[in-house]
Design a protein around this ligand. Structure first.
Ligand code: ZN
Length: 321
């Protein structure tokens, strides 16, 4: 049994559907913070009865941000491995490879903002590709040494939430936000802001969990990795993500399912944690195990071959000027 039991109380708020504004919803599932154990509270995902969007309700208030993102908080990307290892090489390769889908829409020397840049690995990979472009990384908290490393690569660093950030007269050619939109409190505000700071024909590229991922079926009750309670506030199906962007004057260029081995590993961790066996889950399904990452990637690849949706998705859209 896990001995670490947190007693913190997270203050919550009831909300309406972020997508259509309806207050009518029905229960889908509930669960706890199986990753950081920031509280003992149970949180509930509901589905909007008018548009079927999935969201956390009640959800933590924004002033609880430091409680639900404790100082030892690390995303999967951030804990993916030490520099110079095969895993970091693999991560770089995947990031750069996925970028190929975007680069055809960009000018030769694009001005790029990465929202939620984490350890900056993606920006550093982009710096190798674009030695003289203006690159910006935004995150609400940076790990030690990250800012210095990015500054050394001539990448501008901004420490702020996306809701509060201000840009003076900078217009970007591209905004990337990978695994971010599901975390933000005000999706509309963030998309409006992205629209405003993109230049003419600017591109936005988002990656976010897909609740229609086929593997959610196996972990439907409480522990699917994409729930990530209580930090994922909105979970967008492909249809709903498209609607959200179109509502904010973006034209969709491409939408894809992405392989989602990290989500599988989270699901298994959360499953074991929900049974009080956190350590066993982490030991059996290490998040840095090449074997499991490759196995789940292969399983998702086969699912994609049969046209199934996976638990991760990418959307690329263009600003409707
Ligand atoms: Zn709705």
């Amino acid at each position: 049994m896990d001995l670490k039991i947190s007693k913190k109380v997270i203050s919550t708020e009831k909300v309406e559907c972020n997508l259509c504004g309806s207050s009518k919803s029905e229960y889908v599932t509930d669960g706890k913070d199986y990753l950081h154990n920031c509280t003992n509270q149970n949180f509930t995902f509901v589905q909007c009865l008018d548009c079927s969007h999935l969201y956390l309700n009640p959800r933590p208030k924004i002033n609880q941000i430091d409680l639900i993102y404790p100082s030892d908080y690390s995303t999967y990307e951030r804990q993916f491995g030490k520099k110079g290892t095969f895993l970091t090489f693999l991560k770089d390769f995947i990031l750069v490879n996925r970028f190929k889908k975007i680069e055809k829409y960009l000018p030769k020397k694009p001005k790029i903002l990465d929202i939620g840049c984490g350890d900056g690995a993606f920006l550093l990979a982009l710096r190798r590709k674009y030695p003289t472009s203006q690159l910006y990384g935004l995150d609400f908290k940076f790990g030690s040494g990250v800012k210095e490393e990015l500054n050394q690569a001539n990448i501008s660093v901004i420490e702020s939430t996306v809701e509060n950030v201000k840009f003076n007269n900078i217009k970007f050619d591209l905004i990337t936000a990978n695994q971010i939109i599901e975390h933000v409190w005000d999706v509309s505000l963030v998309l409006k802001k992205c629209y405003k700071i993109l230049g003419k024909n600017g591109i936005i590229s988002l990656e976010t969990p897909n609740p229609n991922g086929w593997d959610r079926f196996f972990f439907y009750s409480k522990c699917w990795g994409g729930y990530y309670i209580p930090r994922h506030l909105n979970l967008f199906s492909k249809k709903h993500l498209k609607i959200a962007l179109e509502k904010h004057h973006f034209n969709i260029l491409e939408q894809h399912s992405l392989l989602a081995p990290p989500c599988w590993i989270y699901s298994l961790h959360f499953f074991f944690a929900s049974k009080g066996m956190t350590k066993i889950g982490k030991k059996l399904f290490s998040d840095t195990s090449i074997f499991w990452l490759a196995t789940f990637a292969l399983i998702d690849l086969i699912a994609k071959f049969f046209n199934a949706e996976t638990s991760n998705q990418k959307i690329i859209a263009k600003k409707n000027n």
